[in-house]
Each structure stands twice: as structure tokens, then as C-alpha cells.
Ligand binder design. Structure first.
Ligand SMILES: [Zn+2]
Length: 428
């Protein structure tokens, strides 16, 4: 057992439904075999457990492990290509790099860079877009297991439109997906996600194959892209016909449900939002990506008012880095820019979107997402350099909410001092 003494902020109850920031300036968290078994004022917990090893973390701010619900493994090395809309960026930047992962040695290097990027940003749980190549997905799973993160990922499948070497057939996609799921689904902290790139590059036959994998792998997740960019939405309409909205192209194969996470949904219709809410699907909002590619301003208010679950994704490499502090800040900016149509976000909203909302979107709400007793100890210690602007800000914060606002305004991976998953330190 270990007793952690820390300044803790988390959001066990959603601020979108009346919850507020929960902040303790001197909390005691008793951790046994990776699980928080007691939480309370440090003096009280310590009095109940005299002689317990105490780890004093009060020189930083402890928050729950961050949850990234949309991030691309093969794109870590192409972050930062600016100045292109989605389809041009895919052709000129992302897909040539994705093709390089055919070489498993190259993929192994990318996997190390990718997982290290997540850890350094304080991300402990992620829904990851894998590679088009099964051996590359295998090495990603191996690296994730070696480091200890909670990751749900899978083979990305497509059978049209993309460059030739990224295409496969429905039969092959089914076989390779089943084989990967056999080895990695619900093994330790890894799970399998059925992952067509987007319906633009996946025929009905391919989406049928995806549905078969979902059916044949109990508990498998489903993720893809939807309504990201107007030219993309228009191309999907031309391919599938006017009668269907983009979400329908997945739903008619039975792929929209409680274990579905669709990225972006910037250009959603009311019918699509109603369908997502009714089926219990979640949306990964990726604000720096949407900004960098000029995809649009995310209609968060319409999602929330219609009951669609929303969490944050970094969308590396169109997104500009792994930090969910930056994504939270950019989400805030977007809602400000939407003025009357926006949903003003507080610091508690940002922390919730980056932690608890992600855990719930990934079906892990009973396991992680806040630092209550009963949860796994997945946590991030933010401890900025003395004299840095964030350190000055935290030292002079007016209150706990102000401290969390400063964390999102100024926090970077460089401020992440230590990260734990299930009580194990993964930052070495
Ligand atoms: Zn994406």
C-alpha cells in the first residue's frame, strides 16, 4: 500500500449536468494494488493508517490520467504540417507516412515515438487509430503493453480511394482483424477497435466485414471519422447517395452503438445528432486538428443539448501535439468564437472533457476518469519548473478553479512530472 499526499483536482460529476470541480488542497489517497481504496483529508486517512509509506506530492498538482479518444499512431512524425485542408493533407502528408509502416522495423520506431508522446503528455488511456498494416498494429500493441498504458486500437481498413498500398479486401480485413483481436482484445489493458478509415474509403462490403468483426469479437469497439470537412461530407454524399447522412453510412451496418466513438462531427445534422444520442454513441472532439485543417468550429452546444456524449481527442498528426491541456484550451477558444452559438466552458468543463468524459466515452467510467475511492490510480502530477509562467500562475492562483484554468492555459508536456497507470509509474 502507498499513501499519496497531494493537492488534487478532478470532476467526478459532469459540469455539463450540474457538477463542479472537486478540489482538495491536502488529500490523502490510499492505493492498494493499483486501486484507490480510500480518499479523504490527508490527516484523517493518515490517522487510520499509521506507519504507511507516504509519498508527498504537494509540490505539484495531481489530476486524473488524461484520456485521448482520437489519436493516430502512424502520424506522430508528421505533426505540424500546416496550410492544407483535410483531403489534401491526407494525400500529401499523412498517407505517404502511413504507407511507410509497411516496414515493420520502421513501424516499431514509430510505435516507440508514439507511446512515449502519449506518456509525456500525461495521457494514460487512449482510443488509437492504428495502422493499415497488421504487423504494425501488432508492434503498437506490444509497445503499449511494455509501457503499461490503457489503449484500445485496431487495424485501419479501406478498400477504395486511398493510395494502392493502403487498400485491402473485406475478407483479408476480417481475417487480420480477428487474428489481432484474438491476441490483444481484453488482454490486460488493451482492447480491440474495429477501424474503417472513413466510409469515404470503405465500401459497403468493407463496412459489412467490419460489422462481422464487431459481432464476432464480443466487447469490441468501433471507431471512425465523420463529418469532418465540407468537401469530405460532399464526397460521401456523392458516393452513398443523397438519402443518407454520413452517420447513416455506418449505422445501416449496425456500427453505431454504445461502444462507438466517431471523431469530429463538426458538420452534423440534427438527425445525425438524434441518432447518435439514441444509440449512445460518443463523439471525439478534436479542436486543434479542426483549427489547423480549417475544418470548422465544433457545435458543442448542439451535441450537449441533444444528449450526445462528447470527449476530447488530440487527432495527432493533424492535431498539433499530444497535450490534452492544449486541446482543452482550443476547445474553449472555439466556443468563445462561436459567440451566441457557443457553449461557454469553465476550467471544470475542460478538466472533465480531458478526463472523466473520455473515460465514459470509452466505457471505462467505473475504472478511471477521476480520483475517487474505487478507481484505479491513473494520475498525472503537474509540477512546472520553478519560475516558469505556469509555476508562477499556480502559486498565485485565486482558487482551485483558477489553478485548473491556468493549467489548461499554460500547461505543456514539459510540465508533466510523473504519470501513473494502475498505481505503476510509467514515466520511469
Ligand atoms: Zn483522425
Amino acid at each position: 500500500m502507498t499513501l499519496y499526499r497531494a493537492r488534487v483536482s478532478d470532476t467526478p460529476v459532469s459540469p455539463f449536468s450540474g457538477g463542479t470541480l472537486r478540489a482538495d488542497s491536502d488529500a490523502g489517497l490510499l492505493v492498494e494494488a493499483g486501486t484507490i481504496t480510500e480518499r479523504g483529508p490527508f490527516a484523517e486517512v493518515a490517522a487510520r493508517h499509521p506507519g504507511e509509506d507516504v509519498v508527498d506530492l504537494r509540490d505539484g498538482l495531481l489530476v486524473p490520467g488524461l484520456v485521448d479518444t482520437h489519436v493516430h499512431f502512424p502520424q506522430v512524425r508528421v505533426i505540424g504540417a500546416l496550410g492544407m485542408p483535410l483531403l489534401e493533407w491526407l494525400d500529401r502528408c499523412a498517407l505517404p507516412e502511413e504507407a511507410r509502416l509497411a516496414d515493420v522495423g520502421y513501424a516499431r520506431g514509430v510505435a516507440a515515438d508514439f507511446v512515449s508522446g502519449l506518456v509525456r503528455a500525461g495521457t494514460t488511456t487512449a482510443l488509437v487509430f492504428g495502422s493499415h498494416f497488421a504487423p504494425a498494429v501488432e508492434v503498437l500493441f506490444e509497445e503499449v503493453r511494455r509501457v503499461g498504458l490503457r489503449v484500445t486500437t485496431g487495424l485501419v481498413v479501406s478498400d477504395r480511394i486511398l493510395r494502392e498500398e493502403l487498400l485491402t479486401t473485406p475478407d483479408r480485413a476480417y481475417g487480420e482483424s480477428r487474428a489481432l483481436a484474438e491476441r490483444w482484445h481484453e488482454r490486460g489493458r488493451t482492447r480491440y477497435a474495429v477501424t474503417p478509415r472513413f466510409s469515404l474509403s470503405a465500401s459497403d462490403a468493407m463496412l459489412d466485414a467490419c460489422a462481422s468483426v464487431v459481432k464476432d469479437v464480443p466487447g469490441a469497439w468501433f471507431t471512425s471519422h465523420v463529418n469532418e470537412n465540407l468537401a469530405e461530407v460532399e464526397s460521401v454524399r456523392e458516393l452513398f447517395g443523397d438519402s443518407d447522412h454520413y452517420v447513416d453510412t455506418y449505422d445501416r451496418h449496425g456500427l453505431v452503438g454504445g461502444r462507438t466513438v466517431l471523431a469530429h462531427n463538426v458538420h452534423a445534422t440534427d438527425d445525425e445528432l438524434a441518432l447518435l444520442a439514441a444509440q449512445g454513441a460518443a463523439v471525439a472532439h478534436c479542436p486543434t486538428s479542426n483549427s489547423a485543417l480549417g475544418s470548422g468550429l465544433f457545435p458543442l452546444r448542439r451535441h450537449v443539448e441533444r444528449g450526445v456524449r462528447v470527449a476530447l481527442g488530440s487527432d495527432v498528426g493533424a492535431g498539433t501535439g499530444f497535450s490534452l491541456f492544449k486541446e482543452g484550451l482550443q476547445a474553449y477558444f472555439m466556443q468563445q468564437l462561436l459567440r451566441d452559438e457557443g457553449l461557454p466552458l469553465t476550467a471544470a468543463h475542460l478538466l472533465h472533457l480531458a478526463t472523466r468524459a473520455g473515460a465514459e466515452a470509452l466505457g471505462l467510467g467505473d475504472t478511471v476518469g477521476d480520483l475517487s475511492a474505487g478507481r484505479q490510480f491513473d494520475a498525472v502530477l503537474v509540477r512546472p519548473e520553478p519560475g516558469s509562467t505556469l509555476e508562477v500562475g499556480l502559486r498565485h492562483a485565486a482558487d482551485d478553479a483558477d489553478a485548473v484554468a491556468k493549467l489548461f492555459a499554460l500547461g505543456t508536456p514539459g510540465d508533466v512530472a510523473q504519470v501513473w497507470v494502475a498505481g505503476e509509474c510509467v514515466t520511469g
